[in-house]
Design a protein around this ligand. Structure first.
Ligand code: NAP
Length: 249
């Protein structure tokens, strides 16, 4: 895997940022995908370059197929693709029940969290599958412990989108198992990032920390550590599997 390219969607902030930094130290050349925060993406690139790593920031809204195609074209110019981390994801406003939910919200949730991840995986498989002349690789899908909990009275649409991601991890893992590609998922719990603010509750993770069996929120770095292990050859017999990194939640 050394010196191969890792595409990380939503690599500019939070879990994606921590994963980009960790994967760079393990020898991956990083494509830092971002939706709009170019400054944050550039800061990640600078940090990687400061440690003699290689990275480039590429604007890619995973809700737009055109952007996804451009993301992978940029990856092709950077080297041979070895890994995709399907990390980009959104939540909606917290506390909205399904009987109050506009169609546009549900459609956007699925377009970004589900369709975007599937289209990125499509582009990665085209490049990495031995069936297409590739050298194999790994795809990590970032799900959420919400997929198991259901998100009732909070964001049921988000939880359902992550449930779809879990099914996709299992199915894709089987589909490409004979083609040199491992697929794994990860279900973070309450992690200290800015995503909670976008749901209107910036302190949500800390407010609920007491409900976590380990009695604290997790850090983006703790999720990144698990992701880069799944990306590594140390996880060479792991495919179609999903790892909970949720403090027991
Ligand atoms: P975050 O801090 O809000 O960061 C989101 C990242 O995704 C940013 O880099 C952002 O880019 C990018 N992004 C947002 N919308 C995008 C889009 N439409 N297309 C491409 N990129 C987009 O989020 P996070 O907490 O790190 O979450 C990362 C992943 O972990 C998500 O899939 C989330 O569902 C999952 N997760 C998080 C938690 C948690 O507690 N934090 C728990 C379970 C699962 P810009 O910088 O350009 O905005």
């Amino acid at each position: 895997m050394t010196d191969r390219v890792a595409v990380i969607t939503g690599g500019s902030r939070g879990i994606g940022r921590a994963t980009a930094l960790a994967a760079a130290t393990r020898g991956f050349r990083i494509i830092v995908g971002y939706a709009s925060n170019q400054a944050a993406a550039k800061e990640v690139v600078s940090q990687i370059e400061a440690k003699n790593g290689k990275a480039v920031a590429v604007k890619c809204d995973v809700g737009e197929e055109h952007d996804i195609l451009k993301l992978f074209e940029a990856a092709d110019k950077f080297g041979a693709l070895g890994a995709l981390v399907n990390n980009a994801g959104i939540i909606g406003k917290s506390g909205v029940r399904v009987d109050e939910m506009p169609a546009e919200r549900i459609q956007r949730m699925m377009a970004i969290n589900v369709t975007g991840s599937m289209l990125c995986a499509r582009e990665a498989v085209k490049r990495m599958s031995t069936k297409h002349g590739g050298k194999g690789g790994v795809i990590i899908n970032v799900s959420s412990i919400a997929a198991k909990l259901g998100g009732a009275n909070t964001y049921i649409d988000y939880a359902a989108s992550k449930g779809a991601i879990d099914s996709f991890t299992v199915g894709l893992g089987l589909e490409v198992a004979g083609e040199g590609i491992r697929v794994a998922g990860i279900r973070p719990g309450l992690i200290d990032t800015e995503i909670h603010g976008s749901g209107g509750e910036p302190d949500r993770a800390h407010r609920l920390a007491h409900t976590v069996p380990l009695k604290r929120v997790g850090s983006a770095k703790e999720i990144a550590n698990a992701i880069v292990w799944l990306m590594s050859d140390e996880a060479s017999y792991v495919t179609g599997a999903i790892l909970d990194v949720s403090g027991g939640r």
